[in-house]
Design a protein around this ligand. Sequence first.
Ligand code: AMP
Ligand code: ZN
Length: 112
Amino acid sequence: MSDCLFCKIISGEIPSNKVYEDEICYAFYDISPMAPTHFLVIPKVHFASAAEATEENAAAIGHIYMVIAKLAKEMGFADGFRVVTNCGEIAGQTVHHIHFHVLSGKQLGSFN
Ligand code: AMP
Ligand code: ZN
């Protein structure tokens, strides 16, 4: 999608600090980290949020969770981390290309 910030990160038009990449997804450090480890994992196919999950893109979502588990082991935080995907502006979503925040490295607070 031509005017999407995260599509531009995938294409390299906007620089990012890469964590991981394969044919299905791209992971990069969040520019404004909320925890000692905070990166985002995004599918290379553009869709807006978890509200747009379909039979067609469900495999990419499953793949992303597999990649997160692999990175957690390799990066040494498999003992405790949080995966968050904000869905819609009411939930605080600011970039409308689905992304999974991965947070670790400190005691994470309760949501409620
Ligand atoms: P959300 O509020 O769930 O839509 O999350 C969007 C996230 O993208 C925020 O945590 C931002 O800090 C992050 N972000 C915005 N622009 C960039 C960028 N150019 N590189 C890395 N992370 C970014
Ligand atoms: Zn996009």
